[in-house]
Design a protein around this ligand. Structure first.
Ligand code: DGY
Length: 374
């Protein structure tokens, strides 16, 4: 079940799933790592991973479907390990405090999946607005007997209002796509206003306004409730943590326009899915696009039967380019820490895509706590 690459490597690194591309392997080989990659497509249990860490393991690359906490980090520490990288930008599956306690650096993979993920949020937005999946099934099932004036009437988004909750890298990229591409007004909520996003949008909206068009506009909202009440489309881009668990519950769903569109490419548990199912049943004109769900891969009862919900299987970052880039970053995080390199302290990850990547670990989320920043 575990395939071994570069068996003579002095350092032992385990990788709990096969990853796309070749570059990540080259990076680990160049750091003299023996690479052990699990070939199973099953989600590994804590026990299986702990067994494979064994008595000697210098580092690991794991998946968002695995729980990396006390059990695995203590096992890694006892095996001499110093670094773990999640193969994802989100790391709600990782107990960072526990890794820090054992002196283990925790990496993630920001930057390389930003546009790809935002593009999927756009795709889901339009799939929901224009009923693409329902219409596709209608044609395939032979029900289309000819053009009709009222067939699959959907929603026009041009010059409506898009709401973004969480304006980090992906939320900002989605906001720009919707504002520039579809001339939607933006209202967004974030723990604090995003100065870079606002500076960018100011240039763009000034240009439009100079041409005599008063669309689009953008505005920071101090509360989520304002966004929910005003937006026609709401896209969630916040990390999952204690503060955002069930952020959209029955009460908050009720604050949205009854014909709004809700998109989630962040983490499933940001929405209370049982409440969502009830809301969609009661409001057939409310539309939803989900890349993630609360109890993946299981669907909350009722969700699959709702025609106003479009669901894809957590593939927002799944362009070949982004997934290979994530593998490169995860491997570089591990290799760089094993080689004693410092941690990269810039937002821009593009130098790691080039031929002469920096001698640094691209993204270590507990770098400050571990004193690893140069
Ligand atoms: C992430 O990176 O957090 C995505 O959910 C998977 O690519």
């Amino acid at each position: 079940m575990w395939k071994i690459d570069h068996p003579t490597g002095k350092r032992r690194v385990i990788v709990t799933k096969e990853l796309p591309g070749e570059r990540w392997r080259e990076i680990l080989r160049a750091a003299d790592c023996r690479i052990e990659v699990c070939q199973s497509r099953n989600i590994l249990s804590e026990m299986e991973i702990r067994q494979h860490i064994g008595n000697r393991c210098d580092g690991a690359i794991g998946q968002l479907t695995e729980l990396w906490g006390e059990v695995l980090f203590s096992a890694l520490k006892n095996a001499g390990g110093v670094v773990y990288s999640n193969y994802a930008v989100g790391y709600n599956n990782v107990d960072v405090a526990s890794a820090t306690k054992y002196g283990i650096a925790v990496g993630n993979t920001p930057g390389v999946l930003t546009e790809t993920t935002a593009e999927m949020a756009v795709a889901l937005t339009f799939a929901a607005a224009r009923r693409v999946v329902e219409a596709d099934s209608y044609v395939r099932s032979g029900q289309f007997t000819g053009w009709q004036p009222d067939l699959f009437l959907g929603k026009r988004l041009y010059r409506k209002t898009v709401g973004v909750i969480g304006a980090g890298r992906i939320g900002s990229a989605y906001a720009k796509m919707m504002v520039e591409g579809f001339k939607m007004n933006l209202i967004y909520h974030n723990p604090a206003p995003n100065a870079a996003l606002e500076a960018y949008l100011k240039h763009y909206t000034d240009f439009r306004h100079a041409q005599g068009d008063d669309y689009p506009t953008f505005r920071y909202a101090g509360s989520i409730d304002e966004v929910l009440a005003q937006a026609d489309v709401i896209s969630l881009h916040c990390p999952l943590n204690d503060a955002t668990h069930h952020l959209l519950n029955a009460e908050r769903l009720a604050q949205m326009k009854p014909n709004a569109i809700l998109i989630n490419t962040s983490r499933g548990a940001v929405i209370d899915e049982r409440a969502l199912v009830n809301h969609c049943r009661c409001h057939p004109d409310f539309r939803v696009g989900l890349d993630v769900f609360e109890d993946e891969p299981r669907l909350t009862p009722g969700l699959a039967e709702l025609p106003n919900v479009t669901i894809v299987p957590h593939i927002a970052s799944a362009s070949r380019w982004a997934r290979e880039g994530m593998a490169t970053l995860a491997a570089t995080n591990v290799a760089a820490i094993l080689r004693g390199f410092p941690v990269w302290n810039q937002e821009d990850m593009s130098p790691f895509e080039g031929d002469n990547p920096p001698h640094a670990a691209p993204s270590i989320v507990n770098a400050v706590e571990l004193g690893l920043l140069s």
